[in-house]
Design a protein around this ligand. Sequence first.
Ligand code: NDP
Ligand SMILES: O=C(O)C1=N[C@H](C(=O)O)C[C@H](O)C1
Length: 239
Amino acid sequence: MNILLIGYGKMGRAIEAQARARGHQIAGIIDPSRPEVSITDFTPAQVDVAIEFTHPDAAFQNVAACLRAGLPVVCGSTGWLHHFGEAKALSQQTGTPLFYASNYSVGVNLFFHFSEYMAAKMHQFGGYDVQVREIHHTQKVDQPSGTALTVAEGILRHFPGKTTWRNEATSEAHELAVLSEREGAVIGTHIVTYSCPADTIELKHEAHTREGFVQGALLAAEWLPGRQGVFGMNDLLGL
Ligand SMILES: NC(=O)C1=CN([C@@H]2O[C@H](COP(=O)(O)OP(=O)(O)OC[C@H]3O[C@@H](n4cnc5c(N)ncnc54)[C@H](OP(=O)(O)O)[C@@H]3O)[C@@H](O)[C@H]2O)C=CC1
Ligand SMILES: O=C(O)C1=N[C@H](C(=O)O)C[C@H](O)C1
């Protein structure tokens, strides 16, 4: 497959190495360090799929440019979902597929499901309060993490005592606290905690390396070309 890499930071570089190891070619690299190259230089004849891991402020423009150019795009950037409706509409108008996941790791996508199941059960038995905590490296620019937002939305769907989330501690019983910590080079840790005076139950996912994100993004990139629509990890993994 010919892959256009958009963003050549921690994720872009790790994806390049793994893509080459799987026998794919890198058709081009779009990054501020290479201002002479732009997405509009590429056509569907040259690129089977674009993989976008950049920045919350850049992601939508990049996704939109790919869709307009007819390039299927797998996007992992977080913090741009206020534009997701526009991206979906553009995918429909152009007939070009879009894949988005707040987290490409298979483990995290299982964690999302366990968290929803847990929320429903904890609600059924009552008495517990719940909070979400995410810990990431100090270079991360958005908070809460995209993964924590997906977890929070899942809890809100299954735990009716919580009707909204807040990115800080809260004394409002109906608000789900989603706490963000930035520490050293932590790759990504997410913890859901249910507590009551008698006990505490936690569900935790801790990424040890970025390999899980990279493998998932490449699986999505290998799966997407030839499809039409907007997809996520549930479609890819059949969850
Ligand atoms: N969905 C998932 O599974 C995962 C998502 N992420 C998300 O992916 C994004 C990138 O993460 P990461 O690689 O760690 O971040 P990095 O900061 O290491 O890399 C981002 C790269 O994108 C470049 N960039 C910035 N603006 C543009 C633009 N307009 N066009 C092209 N490239 C641009 C940056 O250049 P410069 O430094 O010069 O600005 C940098 O080289 C983040 O939003 C992060 O939250 C990360 C890991 C997993
Ligand atoms: O910025 C990161 O590094 C990560 N971002 C994603 C997020 O915001 O959830 C996924 C992963 O946790 C790493």
